[in-house]
Write a protein that binds this ligand. Structure first.
Ligand code: NAP
Length: 263
């Protein structure tokens, strides 16, 4: 039975990954901060699908918590076949209104945790000659909209580079770039999404289904939803100046930026 480790498995896209992978017969290691919620999910999935589910409560923004998860993915006695780097959040405030500590904490989760877990599990998987890593990025990474989108641009670029580095090793890497998805993400960050048209919203189960289909098809970039695939192609073709102007407008609206900003 293959084993998958999913970060951010208490809610949203991570929970959808956990449910789908359990239904497909994977043993699971569930990682997030809320241990009680993780245990509830673990019990439900073990009962429903007869799979082994391990709970690893950890704050991935904290070096000690991250270290424990790194050790788990590197454990050669209990190999992890699929790593899903999914945990994440976005700050509501624009860059200059946030404290620098909050900005740095967000980057520790979105970038440093992805970097370190990819390194530890990539090494273990390459040594075994098999495995896969899914890094949950965002279509926001194709537009310039503050630290969050810059971090997601890093995740996409990093994953594409790592997939090239691991080509022929038996280890696959996928960057999953969802658009607006119904999860706890916007509520937790108190993000204003009132102007987002209904047609742009995705469901977490469909995002996960597309990611796993793309991974099985040896794709490196997964963008769920036709509208978002067109948006990504457009973003790559448009002049940077135009993309910057769009990004600045969306960023100002979603963060309620108070100070004057020029695009
Ligand atoms: N929803 C969207 O519209 C959207 C769009 C594009 C990309 N994404 C990306 O998709 C990923 C999942 O987001 P989501 O929408 O599913 O959000 P969500 O419903 O808010 O779930 C976030 C998960 O991350 C965990 N988490 C947060 N901080 C953590 C930390 N410091 N250490 C460990 N776990 C932590 C949370 O669990 P605990 O609170 O228990 O720790 C939760 O399980 C994120 O990387 C996000 O950037 C989301």
């Amino acid at each position: 039975m293959p084993t998958a480790l999913v970060t951010g498995a208490t809610a949203g896209i991570g929970l959808a990954f956990a449910r789908r992978l359990a239904a497909d017969g994977h043993s699971l290691v569930l990682v997030a901060r809320d241990e009680e919620r993780l245990r509830r999910t673990a019990g439900e999935l073990a009962t429903a699908h007869g799979v082994h589910v391990e709970v690893l409560a950890a704050d991935l923004g904290d070096p000690a918590g991250l270290r424990r998860v790194e050790q788990r993915v590197a454990d050669t006695d209990r190999p992890v076949d699929l790593l899903v780097n999914n945990a994440g959040y976005r700050l509501r405030t624009p860059f200059l209104d946030s404290s620098i500590a909050d900005e740095e904490a967000m980057l520790r989760l979105l970038v440093v945790a992805v970097l370190r877990l990819s390194h530890a599990s990539g090494r273990a998987m390459a040594a075994r000659g098999e495995g896969a890593i899914i890094n949950v990025s965002s279509v926001g990474g194709f537009v310039s909209m503050g630290t969050y989108s810059a971090a997601k641009a890093w995740v996409t670029n990093f994953s594409e580079g790592l997939s090239g580095e691991l080509a022929g090793s038996g280890v696959r890497v996928l960057a999953l770039c969802p658009g607006y998805t119904h999860t706890e993400f916007h509520q937790r960050g108190a993000l204003d999404v009132s102007a987002v048209p209904a047609a742009l919203w995705l469901e977490a189960d469909a995002v996960v289904a597309r990611a796993l289909q793309d991974l099985a098809g040896d794709r490196v970039l997964s963008v769920p939803g036709l509208t978002y695939r067109l948006l990504v192609v457009t973003a790559r073709l448009m002049p940077r100046r135009a993309m910057r102007a769009i990004g600045a407008r969306v960023y100002r609206r979603s963060t309620r930026q108070s100070y004057a900003g020029r695009s």
